[in-house]
Design a binder for this molecule. Sequence first.
Ligand code: NDP
Length: 246
Amino acid sequence: STNLNGKIAFINGGSRGIGAAIARRLARDGATVAITYHASAIAAEALVAEIEAGGGKALAVQADAADAVTLTRAIDSVADRFGRLDILVNNAGILRLGPVEEFALEDFDRTVAVNVRSVFVAAQAAARHMGDGGRIINISSTNALRMPFAGGAVYAMSKSALTGLAKGLARDLGPRGITVNNVQPGPIDTDMNPADGAMAPSMHGFMALPRHGRADEVAAMVAYLAGAEAAFVTGADLLIDGGFAA
Ligand code: NDP
């Protein structure tokens, strides 16, 4: 485990799947964890109750990642309540698929708003409250490198955008001792991409490790990046994809 005792973490999109696993892991490692949710109020409150039952500290705030004002207010309120912020995890993401001929601009705009714009908005808000040792960790995707199926152009674009964003933010925030990195998971068993879904066999067909990953495997990489040992890692894309892009 990583020692995150006394750290304050904010997870943009933490009610289900990978974000919930990250919340559990950071709380287990000692951090106080604030999660946001959009639709899943019940799941978010259940997660907070689970973490607190296990002796951890957690709270949930409703904030649509696409709403910059609400997201910024949520970050400010958590930072004000605890006096600062140490770790920001941008996990909120949506997967809208469709052939280019039919892809609605509304879906393009929503994808960019949640998967890209919210990362910038949250980083901007969080950086105001962070000091030396601050951590910004974005959940990108192996699809930033490789999109082996039709219909995923906009999703792949949204994730590859995070590569440039993290590199640039790392330059802006490095002088203040804040690191910015992307984690790029391959297929992870969640509501978004169930291990028994229709696409699973074809994905496993070209992976070096032919299985879905677990959300807690991704959370372990996030915990590493959040900890003191990762102080020299910044502007990086870290793959955790079972060889999907190998
Ligand atoms: P899920 O669909 O299972 O969960 C998505 C989470 O993001 C939920 O907690 C959801 O909250 C939250 N979220 C979505 N939209 C918003 C929004 N507008 N505002 C706030 N929160 C929001 O997805 P995963 O756990 O699988 O994915 C998490 C991240 O990992 C995403 O960025 C995804 O792109 C990325 N990823 C996933 C992979 C996979 O195979 N599963 C592979 C590679 C990357 P709520 O329910 O409250 O809306």
